[in-house]
Design a protein around this ligand. Structure first.
Ligand SMILES: [Fe+2]
Length: 331
């Protein structure tokens, strides 16, 4: 993938992702690591070994042509081989073996690093950081306390009519953020603030978590987000509106990124001229209208992942993710 930007220390970003993984898992005992906390989530020890598997597959096997460390891993740790709810039944590596495996893969990657493709190293780094968020979802379902920065803003911002450029040419942007293209939108208004727990409680009757009335609501489904917006006399932004606001009025939006993901009205699909890269399973198999796009990034999302063009997606009924609401309205 061509890049005109300044060099990134690839060893440092890989180490950063690994520190986040190990910091998250270190205090946990093995019983929690192997437990099926929810049918929506994998056992944490699966995520850990899968991080190593993905790194081995893309950097050691496909990029460097090395042979597999164990043929069994193609079945155990491929995301599409088994449903998340079934993974606890598989003969998974135990926590100590999983740690040893990810360490062994990383050691080999660091030796080969000068010859590895920048985009693939970036993909592997982002993949690990995205699993840090998935594992944090699992831990929250298991009772880990969570929080998000408080909401202070109010009112909305007028985003004027006109064309803007949607998508990214960033060196590490995923295939679904490409190709960049011009989109012409009518004027719209978008809220400066995220919806708080207190506001959401008024709509839903679901009480705000203790002491967190002024934090953004999280763990709402798309359907709930849409219901709230309608109740408030507004609507969800389309993802193009969200990105235009994030690119042209970012100083006026509070917590555009770094608090909670924000549901958009848009179904996940390819941009005009989409080409799967480097594999169809990353984005393309989720296209077609079943999944809704979320934008922004949560209090867990790493800045290396949270680009203003980054597209997250999930099923409209899901609420295990750190998902909240920013409303928009017509002018
Ligand atoms: Fe994965």
């Amino acid at each position: 993938m061509p890049s005109s930007e300044s060099p990134i220390d690839l060893a440092e970003v890989l180490a950063h992702a690994r520190r986040r993984t190990l910091t998250l898992l270190e205090p946990l005992d093995d019983k929690l690591l192997v437990r099926q906390v929810s049918p929506l989530q994998s056992p944490l020890v699966w995520d850990l070994a899968h991080i190593g598997y993905f790194e081995e597959l893309w950097l050691l096997r496909r990029a460097a042509g090395l042979s597999s460390l164990s043929p069994a891993y193609d079945d155990l740790y491929d995301s599409f081989a088994h449903d998340r709810s079934e993974r606890v039944e598989l003969p998974l590596l135990d926590p100590a073996a999983a740690r040893a495996y990810v360490g062994e893969v990383r050691e080999a990657v660091l030796e080969l690093l000068p010859q590895l493709d920048d985009f693939l190293v970036g993909m592997v780094t982002q993949h690990e950081l995205q699993h840090v968020e998935t594992m944090t979802q699992t831990l929250v379902l298991a009772g880990l306390p969570e929080s998000a920065p408080e909401v202070e803003a109010s009112g909305d911002v007028l985003v004027g009519a006109g064309p803007f450029t949607l998508g990214s040419t960033d060196r590490w942007a995923y295939d679904n953020e490409r190709p960049q293209h011009v989109v012409d939108l009518p004027a719209f208004r978008i809220d400066r603030a995220l919806v708080t727990n207190a506001e959401y409680a008024e709509f839903s009757g679901r009480p705000a978590p203790n002491g967190r009335a002024h934090e953004p609501v999280q763990h709402v489904s798309f359907h709930e987000a849409e219901g709230f917006a309608r109740w408030a006399g507004k609507r969800l932004p389309t993802e193009a509106e969200w990105e235009k606001a994030a690119k042209t009025a970012v100083d006026e939006l509070e917590h555009a990124q770094g608090a909670v993901w924000q549901w958009t009205a848009t179904a996940f699909d390819g941009y005009p001229g989409f080409r799967a890269y480097p594999y169809a399973e990353y984005s393309e198999m989720f296209f077609g209208g079943d999944y809704r796009v979320l934008r922004g990034g949560s209090w867990v999302t790493d800045p290396l992942v949270a680009r203003p063009t980054f597209r997250n997606w999930d099923l409209p009924q899901r609420r295990q993710l750190f998902s909240g609401i920013r409303c928009a309205s017509d002018v």
